[in-house]
Design a protein around this ligand. Structure first.
Ligand code: ADP
Length: 527
């Protein structure tokens, strides 16, 4: 019985052992398969650092077949041979049981260098004795490449940054230089403004005074500290001169060109206002005060001289006129003698006209041009002048017309002066229109503005475009009419403008050279 049981037990044990062996074989082949297809290159080393086994990934990475490499020392496939030996010593001395992630250079069978990451682990038996080593090798060449590229990019970027830093530094230097230069300029300007012979004021957009130079302080009897930062409303109450300044320049501080301001009988200032636009910054209003007392004095003296000379000439010229008009009627004279007298008479007339013009100009300039206004019908003045010039127009074969619109045109004017203005304009039109031309005089009413408009249109030589702005200045004569050798003083329009403006009217013109001219003026109606 015992023996039966024993045999049975032995049979069971044998079966169990067989099964265990089979299991072990299965595990071993499983491990072999796993080792073989592991995606990381792995090799086994014996304790003497000799390769004893490799897997497929190892073959693929190194290019060595298992047959070729088994039996070789591990150093064979690495560039850093000494380092590999060092690792072996370390592991053998059991300083470490594993060493991970050592960056090394693998040398393949084709002698290509590949960057790899290698980990080492000690293999031991059940009693703890070293029986070999595992070595796992990972290809990091791609990673390295990316790393290198990234490093290169970083180097490149750093270089660029350095460049930008330098550029910035340069800009900073330039800015500093520009600031220094601007400061220098500012100082220079300040010196110039301080020592400027003219008075200078500057207002900002809100009409506050932001600059006043010493000359302006002197002219306006003021101290900078008292007026800087103040606006026009305050300034005009400062003293009489400030008040007068704003009256002359206008409180709106629009651009003004050379307006005179009489401080006293012998002290005159000329005011020029300019709007300065500075690169999108707020506008500055610059006011220049120029002392013209000396010019005024000379002008006065000149006017007085002209006035005296003209007066002295007047009496003899009247006597000559009177004598020549008597001689003109002389029946005894032959044709030649008559012609001579007539020429002398006409020349004398021109002299009288010139003397009268000079006297009028002198009176205007000295403020002695006295007006004696009367209520009159304006049309009558025009008709009378028109009639007096009809003969002249007929001689020049000029079609001469007058058109007066319906209705009364009552004005309060100095008849003599307005007649002179009307005469000057019509005479010019006739004078500067060649034979067979056309001159049309017209008087119309502008009811809404309660004024009349006088105009005289001609088909004459016109005024050269580039000279038109000087037309109302003294002694101006157009280059074209000078070439034509026409008679004239260049004073008529200056006098005419003064007369019209003194009556509260306006005068202007339109002209095209060789086509014709049209002069206009307005006068306020009285009723
Ligand atoms: P004057 O006629 O004595 O020369 P004015 O002061 O009357 O002086 O005129 C000044 C200048 O203006 C003239 O010399 C002429 O050049 C120009 N002018 C005036 N009126 C006319 C006009 N109707 N047609 C062409 N030019 C004119």
């Amino acid at each position: 019985m015992f023996s039966f049981l024993f045999h049975k037990k032995v049979a069971e044990l044998k079966k169990e052992m067989r099964e265990t062996k089979e299991d072990l074989l299965n595990v071993s082949s499983y491990l072999d398969d796993l080792f073989s297809f592991l995606p990381i290159a792995v090799c086994d080393l014996n304790p003497s650092w000799v390769i004893s086994n490799t897997n497929k990934s190892f073959e693929k990475l190194t290019g060595y077949t298992q047959v070729e490499i088994v039996g070789e020392r591990l150093e064979k496939i690495f560039l850093e041979k000494e380092k590999i030996k060092g690792i072996q010593t370390e592991l053998l001395n059991l300083k470490e049981i594993e060493i991970k992630n050592v960056e090394l250079t693998l040398i393949t069978r084709e002698e290509k260098e590949v960057a790899v990451n290698v980990s080492f682990a000690v293999r031991r038996d059940a009693r703890g004795n070293i029986v070999g080593f595992f070595v796992g090798i990972t290809d990091i060449s791609k990673l390295k490449k990316i790393q290198d590229e990234t490093e290169q990019k970083i180097v490149q970027r750093t270089k660029e940054l350095e460049k930008s830093r330098k550029a910035l530094l340069n800009i900073l230097e330039d800015t500093e230089e520009a600031r220094r230069r601007a400061e220098e300029e500012r100082k220079k300007t300040e010196v110039i403004i301080k020592n400027f012979v003219d008075g200078m004021l500057a207002f900002n957009k809100t009409k506050k005074l932001i600059l006043i130079n010493p000359k302006a302080e002197e002219f306006l009897k003021t101290k900078a500290a008292e007026v800087l930062g103040k606006d026009i409303r305050v300034l005009k109450k400062k003293n009489r001169r400030w008040a007068q300044l704003f009256k002359t320049a206008g409180e709106g501080m629009k651009e003004v060109f050379r307006k005179e301001m009489a401080i006293s009988k012998s002290f005159f200032l000329e005011i020029t206002t300019t709007i300065v636009e500075s690169q999108g910054k707020e506008n500055l209003i610059l006011v220049i005060l120029h002392d013209i007392s000396r010019e005024k004095l000379i002008e006065q003296m000149k006017s007085q001289f002209v006035s005296v000379a003209a007066h002295q000439l007047r009496t003899p010229l009247s006597i000559i006129k009177w004598s020549l008009s008597l001689l003109k009627e002389e029946k005894e004279f032959n044709r030649e003698e008559k012609d001579l007298v007539l020429k002398a008479y006409q020349t004398n007339e021109r002299m009288i006209n010139l003397v009268n013009d000079l006297l009028n100009v002198a009176r205007i300039e000295e403020g002695r041009f006295v007006y004696e206004p009367k209520i009159v019908e304006f049309s009558e003045i025009v008709e009378s002048v028109y009639n007096s010039l009809k003969e002249y127009a007929r001689q020049k074969k000029i079609e001469f017309k007058l058109e007066i619109s319906e209705g009364k045109k009552i004005v309060k004017v100095d008849v003599e002066k307005i007649s002179l203005a009307v005469k000057n304009l019509i005479e010019n039109a006739l004078k500067y229109t060649p034979e067979k031309g056309k001159v049309e005089v017209s008087v119309k009413e502008r009811k809404r503005r309660h004024e009349l408009v006088f105009s005289v249109r001609d088909t004459g030589v016109g005024i050269p475009k580039d000279q038109q702005e000087r037309i109302f200045t003294k002694f101006f004569r157009g280059a074209n009419v000078v070439r034509m050798q026409t008679e004239g003083t260049g004073l008529g329009l200056f006098i005419t403008k003064n007369i019209i403006e003194a009556h509260g009217g306006k005068i202007w013109f339109k002209s095209q050279e060789n086509k014709g001219t049209i002069f206009y003026f307005t006068l306020p109606l009285s009723f």
